[in-house]
Design a protein around this ligand. Structure first.
Ligand SMILES: CC(C)(COP(=O)(O)OP(=O)(O)OC[C@H]1O[C@@H](n2cnc3c(N)ncnc32)[C@H](O)[C@@H]1OP(=O)(O)O)[C@@H](O)C(=O)NCCC(=O)NCCS
Length: 168
């Protein structure tokens, strides 16, 4: 298994992997593939990594900029992250998350946030932090990982690509 940045030839496979990963997922509206497409179209897919096995795309992770109400810059949101069902539980999702976080550190990102299963994301250094909040998200499912010593706090807003077509 290798991880690498996406290239234009991967776009259709990323679409398919994302649909397959979230199919039937209880906390999904099965539109995550559209979020990835919209982020790419908006030029805000800051990091898009794929996992490849024998030349096939089996996993994908996206990172995109988020806004903080205190004006802090260089914060990013993790997601969606997807691994084909047949390849889950083999360390691929974890490898994508770690590599993505490493890339954020190398580009001097200030921090990263994620919405999802706390038991899963705590494995990768994310923590609940009452100094941060995400609208319409229960606090236990919103996790934060500072990547610099710059103080930050406030309401976090993901890129509009996450909300297109959703009544707010
Ligand atoms: C979530 C997902 C990306 C994880 O990818 P994966 O390749 O299966 O994960 P890994 O094998 O790298 O697992 C990494 C660690 O997380 C654990 N883990 C995996 N899924 C977990 C879950 N749902 N809850 C808690 N822990 C989980 C693994 O046991 C492993 O722990 P370990 O390192 O202590 O052994 C993948 O299961 C997936 O695509 N799921 C459907 C889409 C989804 O839910 N995306 C995330 C939305 S928030």
């Amino acid at each position: 298994m290798i991880t690498r940045l996406e290239n234009p030839a991967d776009v259709a496979a990323i679409h398919d992997v994302t649909i397959s990963a979230f199919k039937g997922h209880p906390h999904s509206d099965q539109t995550e593939h559209l979020i990835v497409d919209r982020l790419r179209q908006a030029g805000t897919l800051s990091i898009s990594l794929i996992a490849e096995v024998d030349g096939d795309v089996v996993g994908h992770i996206a990172f995109s900029p988020v806004a903080l109400s205190d004006g802090s810059k260089d914060w990013f949101g993790l997601g969606p992250v997807s691994v084909l069902p047949a390849f889950q539980g083999q360390g691929i999702g974890g490898a994508l998350i770690r590599r993505g976080l490493d890339m954020l550190r190398h580009q001097a990102a200030a921090g990263c946030v994620v919405m999802g299963d706390p038991d899963f994301y705590q494995k990768f250094g994310f923590r609940n932090d009452p100094q941060f909040a995400l609208k319409d998200c229960a606090p236990q499912y919103f996790l934060v990982q500072p990547l610099s010593s710059n103080p930050a706090s406030g309401i976090v807003t993901f890129h509009p690509a996450f909300y297109a077509g959703v009544d707010q």
